[in-house]
Structure formats: structure tokens, C-alpha cells
Design a protein around this ligand. Structure first.
Ligand SMILES: *Cc1c(COP(=O)(O)O)cnc(C)c1O
Length: 389
């Protein structure tokens, strides 16, 4: 029997150009963003703001930090309710809980996006939505924004899986008030750790720059609003240090520039897998709406019969194909399910639970090629015929 032997977590090397830039930073000794002149971090902020069409960008220590910073800037604090997806990764409810707020979980649909009917039903409970584009699936954004605007809900977008994606040609992260991205190794650019924030709102930008720890040097942010804006917030924002350093910005700049080419490579692999899984019995792929320009850095399937999942996943794993299952009793690796978040009040989420117990997920690293996708598809189809047919 065929076996797949490549690693699902193996990354491509960092581009040579980025290594050279990082070496220059190391030789200079100027690793702190506000000590470097010119600053790699400031240049990264200029580039990312331009790429997303945002007025302001801020580079920070992680995607989780970005979300927490966004919530603080919006004035979310102790005891406040924040709406968020019931299907997302632990850093999302974690960022909400870390500012003392209370996640209110909203059901997701079989298409893995927020259930807009449940959002509408819960809209009165909070004034902020942390919208997670989990695994790169983007909800109908005009419909979501209409609900949130009608209820005066500020939207923060968690774009950890949608950096480079868009809905109706408008970038993910640019629909709500604030967009948050992760530059962690397993997302779309690789700095080890890191985060980016974008917004058009000058006051929110100033608040987040001050929050992230700018000392008196906030004007050196690459896209800083004017002194008059900072004057409104100076002294009112607690310093919660979470800056990005020069080394990581140096590594990221060429990667951000080359993101569109990487997205095209991811999507070619994704489509090869999606086509390859098409003939497998007992499985279905997640439909991708016409308006959604996604980044296929992972692929999800729904198994028709939840009871068959463990044997099917074990059969694939024995042949080197590592599905993550969101229905397990315990979180494994990067999987995460709401009932494992013991710091969040338990929620009754029958629709989400009925989906998670059938949901499996495969990472699509760029170290794979078309032959790898064909082999994975063959193994999955054979195991499906055996366990799900
Ligand atoms: C990775 C991830 C984040 C945050 O990432 P960090 O590891 O804190 O950079 C946020 N949301 C989702 C859905 C993620 O997968």
C-alpha cells in the first residue's frame, strides 16, 4: 500500500533576501524598533498598509497580541461580552478572556462560517464581534456587516488564515474596524511569531500604537496618525508591551511582498486536493463561494457519518496522512473545540457540535507538490472506500 512520507508541518526555508536583511539587522545591533533608523518595522507597516489599502498598520508580537490590543483599543474590559465564532482556535477566546471580557459563542454553519441567524439572535448581547475567518472560510461580509451596523456592533477581524484573501475583491481584514493577522510559522508568512494590525481609524491606530509600548516615540510608526490624534490618547493608554522587533520585520518584508505568488501556489495545491477528494465516498468538501478569494493553506472535509471518523482518520494516519479531527475528546496538536475552553462559560451549541464531530482538517504546506497531492488524494479515497463506503 502507498504511504505518504512528507511532513505536514515542514515549512519552506526563509528567502535568501530575508536572511540577508536579518543579518544586516543583527550586525547593526539595533533590534528595537524605536531605536532603529531607518526601521524595518516601520517599513513593514508602510508596506502592509499599502498592500491592504489601510490608512494605518501596526506590527506587534503575535496574532493573539493583535486581537487583545484591538479589543483594548475599543474599550473592551472586565466583564464585557464579546461575540465570536464557536469554531475557532484557542487564541481567539483567549484574547477575549485575557482582557477580562466574556466570549459569547455564535454557532457556525456547515460551510464553516458564522451562522448569521444566530448572530442576529445574539446581537443584543455585545457591542463587539471578534470575527474569526477560521481555516480561511469567509462569511458573506456585506450581510454580516449589515447585521453588525444595524446593532452598533464593532467588528474586529481575525485574519490568521485569511492574510491575502478577499471577499468581493475587498481584502479580508478591511471590512471591520480593525483587522488582525498572525505572522506565526504556520500561517501565511513566517516570522516564528508576530502579528499585524490594520485600521482606517486614526484614533484606534493611535490607541493601539500607545498600548503596544511606544514610549515617547510613537511618531516613528510607519503609518502614525498626527500628533493631534495622539494628544487625545496620550497618558490614557496603559503600556502593554507587545512590539515587533527589527529582526522579525526584516524577515517578513520580502514575504509580505511575495504573498500573492505564495497564495497562487497554495491554491493550486488546494484545488488538486479538492479535485482528488471529489470521488471519495462518505466525504464532502466545503463549497467556496464565488465572491470568496481564499488562500488554500489548509483543507477541510465533512464526514457523513460521525461514528466512522476515528477509524478513517486512523487508517489515513497509518499511511502518513495526518487529519486533524475537531470532534476528539481532548485537544490534539492545533485542534481546539469550544468545550475544551474551560475558562469560557459553557455554551449550548448543538449545530456547531453536530458539525465539529464530522469535521476533519489537513494542513497544506508549500513544501508539497502536485505529485504529493495526487498521492494524498489516492490514499484518502482508498481509506474512504474502506471505512466510509
Ligand atoms: C494562529 C491563530 C491566531 C493567532 O495567532 P498567534 O499564534 O497568536 O500569532 C488567531 N486565530 C486563529 C484562528 C489562529 O489559527
Amino acid at each position: 500500500m502507498d504511504r505518504f512520507t512528507k511532513s505536514f508541518i515542514r515549512q519552506e526555508p526563509i528567502p535568501e533576501e530575508a536572511i540577508e536583511a536579518a543579518t544586516r539587522v543583527l550586525r547593526s545591533g539595533a533590534l528595537h524598533r524605536y531605536g532603529a533608523d531607518p526601521s524595518e518595522v516601520a517599513a513593514l507597516e508602510v508596506a502592509f498598509a499599502a498592500q491592504t489599502g489601510a490608512a494605518h498598520a501596526l506590527a506587534v508580537a503575535s496574532g493573539g497580541y493583535a486581537m487583545g490590543c484591538a479589543l483594548r483599543a475599543l474599550g473592551v474590559g472586565s466583564g464585557d461580552a464579546v461575540l465570536t465564532n464557536a469554531f475557532t482556535l484557542a487564541p481567539v477566546p483567549g484574547a477575549i478572556a485575557a482582557v477580562g471580557a466574556r466570549p459569547v459563542l455564535v454557532e457556525v454553519t456547515e460551510d464553516l462560517v458564522l451562522d448569521l441567524a444566530d448572530l442576529e439572535a445574539k446581537a443584543g448581547q455585545a457591542r463587539v464581534l471578534m470575527l474569526s475567518h477560521m481555516r480561511g472560510h469567509i462569511v458573506d461580509m456585506p450581510a454580516l456587516m449589515a447585521i453588525c451596523d444595524a446593532h452598533g456592533i464593532a467588528v474586529v477581524e481575525d485574519c490568521a488564515h485569511t492574510m491575502g484573501a478577499a471577499w468581493d475583491g475587498h481584502p479580508s481584514g478591511r471590512w471591520g474596524k480593525i483587522g488582525c493577522y498572525s505572522c506565526q510559522t504556520y500561517k501565511h508568512v513566517n516570522a516564528g511569531e508576530g502579528g499585524l494590525i490594520v485600521t482606517d481609524d486614526a484614533d484606534l491606530a493611535a490607541r493601539m500604537i500607545l498600548l503596544s509600548g511606544s514610549y515617547m516615540l510613537y511618531a516613528r510608526n510607519g503609518t502614525a496618525p498626527g500628533e493631534d490624534v495622539f494628544a487625545r490618547h496620550k497618558g490614557l493608554m496603559p503600556n502593554v508591551s507587545g512590539r515587533m522587533d527589527e529582526l522579525r520585520a526584516a524577515i517578513l518584508r520580502p514575504q509580505i511582498r511575495d504573498l500573492p505568488q505564495q497564495v497562487a501556489r497554495w491554491n493550486a495545491l488546494y484545488r488538486a486536493l479538492e479535485d482528488g477528494f471529489g470521488g471519495a465516498p462518505g466525504l464532502r468538501t466545503i463549497p467556496r463561494p464565488q465572491a470568496e478569494a481564499y488562500v488554500g493553506s489548509s483543507i477541510q472535509l465533512l464526514v457523513d457519518d460521525a461514528r466512522a471518523v476515528p477509524d478513517f482518520v486512523a487508517g489515513c494516519a497509518a499511511r502518513g496522512v495526518e487529519w486533524k479531527w475537531f470532534g476528539g475528546d481532548r485537544p490534539v496538536g492545533f485542534t481546539s473545540a469550544h468545550r475544551h475552553w474551560d475558562y469560557v462559560a459553557p455554551h449550548d451549541l448543538p449545530r456547531t457540535d453536530a458539525i465539529l464531530c464530522r469535521l476533519i482538517d489537513l494542513r497544506v504546506p508549500l513544501t508539497f507538490d502536485a505529485d504529493d497531492c495526487a498521492l494524498i488524494a489516492r490514499i484518502v479515497t482508498e481509506e474512504a472506500a474502506q471505512h466510509l463506503g
